[in-house]
Design a protein around this ligand. Structure first.
Ligand code: TD3
Ligand code: ZN
Length: 307
């Protein structure tokens, strides 16, 4: 059933597990997410970026998700806007039927971030829709980074406390050293788990980990074996994901892993079956591979079995 993001994440916060928030642009990724949730009895958050909304339309993304949630009525699913940059962008998807939005004003001043988030919260809460905001910058922490630089990039605990009190936001993404994409760390992976725990204590609301793709070795190898190049790629290690969840993370944003797993299979068919042009022959193995990854991830995050 399509439910508010608040409902899914408040439960995860209460019982100390995390729910995967998986990005979609198309039908195939959505099918993989729903079938994996069904096979692992997992709640899910389906999320679309502003780019995805531009590509497919908020109405289309909503219809596809609604149709699949009717097919699997026992699965709690929230449809979420990922990294909304303006209040209007959030209103647009709320009108289309999304049940959760992120207003990402983390690049604005602290005061402006508060003002924009409050505005979205006031609108969204009228219809029970959950709101996510972000504090700090998504950026890898270097080994030799000086403390003052680290403070400039990562979430500030006192600001987080103040922010949640003033905005009434439902879930918060604190920057603790992750970044988007396949190249997250130059040296050894490093996240500020202490800071995460302090933010959890100060806010006591569901927390969100952005840039949470792990780039598992088998997936990277499958991509490279078909001629792809991911040299120097580095994701968030599995044990870091587990530790982050122990530290209070309840929503784990994952996009890059799904894209790599999907495209490795498409690339394989492209290479090996030169006369093939039936789209389903490219996409069916891709769905299968994404499902394998998703089911493992739902187990790791602890959402499996939580329906
Ligand atoms: O918000 N997202 C998804 C969009 C990022 C662009 O790929 C995330 O935080 C997930 O990040 P990633 O790259 O680790 O999957
Ligand atoms: Zn993100």
């Amino acid at each position: 059933m399509l439910v508010s993001g608040k409902e899914i994440l408040n439960k995860a916060h209460k019982y100390g597990y995390a729910v995967g928030a998986f990005n979609i642009n198309n039908l195939e990724m959505l099918i993989a997410i729903f079938e994996s949730a069904n096979e692992t009895s997992s709640p899910i958050i389906v999320q679309a970026s502003e780019g995805a909304v531009k590509y497919a339309g908020a109405d289309m993304l909503y219809s596809m998700t609604k149709t699949l949630s009717n097919r699997y009525p026992h699965i709690p699913v929230a449809l979420h806007l990922d990294h909304g940059t303006t209040v209007e962008s959030c209103i647009n998807v709320i009108k289309a039927g999304f049940t959760s939005v992120m207003i990402d004003a983390s690049h604005h001043s602290f005061e402006e971030n508060i003002a924009m988030t409050r505005e979205v919260v006031e609108i969204a809460h009228k219809s029970g829709i959950g709101v996510e905001a972000e504090l700090g910058r998504l950026m890898g922490i270097e080994d030799n980074i000086v403390v003052s630089d680290r403070d400039a990039v990562l979430v500030n605990v006192e600001e987080a406390r103040e922010f949640v009190k003033l905005t009434d936001v439902d879930y918060l993404a604190p920057a603790i050293g992750t970044s988007h994409g396949a190249f997250k760390f130059k040296g050894e992976p490093k996240l500020d788990f202490n800071r995460l725990q302090e933010v959890k204590k100060a806010t006591n609301i569901p927390l969100v980990l952005h840039g949470a793709s792990a780039i598992p070795e088998n997936v990277r190898i499958a991509f490279e074996k078909t001629g792809g190049d991911l040299k120097g790629s580095k994701g968030v290690p599995f044990n870091f994901l587990t530790e982050a969840i122990k530290g209070g993370i309840n929503k784990v944003n994952t996009d890059t892993d799904l894209r790599i797993a999907f495209m490795a299979e498409v690339r394989k068919v492209v290479n090996e079956q030169k006369s093939e042009f039936d789209l389903r022959k490219f996409f069916s193995p891709a769905i299968k591979s994404v499902k394998t990854l998703l089911k493992e991830r739902m187990q790791l995050l602890g959402s499996a079995g939580k329906i």
